[in-house]
Design a protein around this ligand. Structure first.
Ligand code: ARG
Length: 471
């Protein structure tokens, strides 16, 4: 049972609860991460109340001064969060009362924890978006840089993880550059859409005090205010937007993680992972395990789970606020934390890996990867319809395969022997360099296109500068 003073949280109407209520209900253990946003919101609200004449200017001033003291205590780590006070909002208000006395009671005029938590969470997501976006922007630049270096180095391109056609390492890296640039765009979209301040919606219906929500919105850096007070306190779309954008980002990092795991095996040997980012084995002395790429891959699981959790929490809730919505926080914080780790690991890997172009070239030469080029040659030089050329080369590959050969091993005489129309084939057509050089269609793998695309990616990335992160 709570003590007398703790149970007076609700002003005496409620007698106070069982300790189970505190255990289930209290959120301060995790929502203390909203503390600075909560103080920002309260400062803006108090100043607005003072300016609008809802409370006296002196009261507003002492409240703001008190809140700044609370902020300093939290910053210094001396603030003690008490679960008996439920959440971060009540903890801060209670400490404010200790510091400034009963005048603290004016702060909550025309406000509810419902619009308070909505505004805090929006401010928090905004900061999280900015932090993640800055990390992503740097990662895209890294991809462009590494792609420039390897714009002409050939590697196998796969479909179905079977040898398909040669591409360049730069081209492959730039594919991830496109993905991460889209992720930045999704984050920007999330940020734009959360630009409406809900502060002023109060519990659900608005308030009778002559408040000025546009003023608090401006102070807090919002673009505008919400249009409907019920929606303002019921809406967690901005959490879902962030979690969904993060889930897609996690897919991209996971796929890169998977490729790094594969590429760093001796069987592939396309890359050497940075030694300081590899883990060893407790029994096998030779091991150099790709733990970081594996976790880039695995962490996507909980990021997806967090999105599912909040979708599920929200889907059955009647308007307006329900306590269920408190369950969005741990999912939100966890995804934000994991996504930062994922992107930092991605950047560290991109910075630290060494490509082995001899290996990637040798691998690109395996598996008849120039078969399409040979078919194309039959089309352009011998006038065959593509379907027929496809069938000729398919037959040739099969015929050579039976003899334990691949296209690259076939002599001119052997080719002409198989089909007279292959006589006079320039040897170059069966090389991987020729294969990549001729793919000049927009977005193709030709080295000069890849070089230009890397520069263009850098330019597009810089065209949406990351915002300076404050927290
Ligand atoms: N800790 C609560 C949350 O995160 C704050 C809002 C509480 N509002 C209420 N009406 N009980 O959702």
């Amino acid at each position: 049972m709570k003590s007398e003073s703790e149970s007076s949280l609700w002003g005496g109407w409620l007698t106070g609860g069982d300790s189970l209520l505190e255990e289930v209900n209290a959120s301060v253990r995790f929502d203390q991460r909203l503390a600075f946003q909560d103080i920002d919101g309260s400062v803006a609200h108090a100043e607005m109340l003072g300016e609008s004449g809802v409370i006296s200017a002196e009261d507003a001033q002492s409240i703001v001064a008190g809140l700044e003291k609370v902020r300093a205590e939290i910053g210094a780590g001396t603030f003690v969060f008490d679960p008996a006070l439920e959440d971060v909002h009540m903890n801060i208000e209670s400490r404010l009362r200790d510091i400034v006395g009963p005048v603290a009671g004016h702060l909550h005029t025309g406000r509810s924890r419902n619009d308070q938590v909505a505004v805090d969470a929006k401010l928090w997501v905004r900061d999280a978006v900015d932090r993640l976006d800055a990390l992503l922007a740097a990662t895209v630049d890294l991809l462009a840089e590494r792609a420039e270096t390897h714009h002409a180095d050939v590697m196998p391109g796969f479909t179905h993880l079977q040898c398909a056609q040669p591409v360049t390492i730069g081209h492959h890296l730039l594919a991830y550059g496109e993905m991460f640039l889209r992720d930045r765009d999704r984050l920007r979209d999330t940020r734009r859409r959360l630009g409406e301040s809900p502060l002023g919606a109060a519990a659900l219906a608005g308030t009778g005090y002559p408040i000025d929500p546009a003023a608090t919105a401006r102070r807090l850096g919002f673009d505008s205010i919400t249009r409907n007070s019920l929606d303002a306190v019921s809406d967690r779309d901005f959490v879902l937007d962030f979690l969904a954008a993060g889930a897609t980002l996690a897919v991209h990092a996971s796929r890169l993680g998977e490729e790094l795991v594969l590429w760093s095996t001796p069987q592939f040997g396309f890359v050497v992972l940075p030694e300081d980012l590899c883990a060893g084995s407790s029994i096998m002395p030779q091991k150099r395990n790709p733990d970081l790429p594996e976790l880039m891959r695995a962490k996507s699981g909980r990021v997806f789970g967090n999105l599912m959790a909040v979708l599920t929490v929200m889907k059955g809730l009647p308007l307006a606020y329900s306590r269920d919505m408190q369950e969005d926080k741990e999912a939100l914080f966890d995804s934000a934390d994991q996504l930062e780790l994922i992107v930092r690991s991605t950047a560290a890997m991109l910075r630290g890996i060494t490509f082995v172009p001899e290996r990637t070239r040798a691998a690109a030469e395996l598996g008849n990867t120039v078969a399409t080029d040979l078919a194309d040659w039959l089309v352009t030089e011998r006038g065959l319809p593509f379907r027929e050329a496809h069938s000729v080369v398919g037959g040739l590959v099969k015929w050579l395969g039976v003899q334990g050969l691949e296209l690259r091993d076939a002599t001119a005489a052997r080719l002409a022997d198989f089909d007279a129309r292959l006589a006079g084939l320039p040897a170059e057509v069966l090389t991987v360099d020729h294969a990549v050089r001729r793919r000049r269609s927009p977005g193709g793998t030709a080295p000069e296109l890849v070089l230009a695309a890397a520069r263009e990616l850098r330019r597009r990335n810089a065209a949406q500068p990351a915002r300076p992160t404050t927290r």
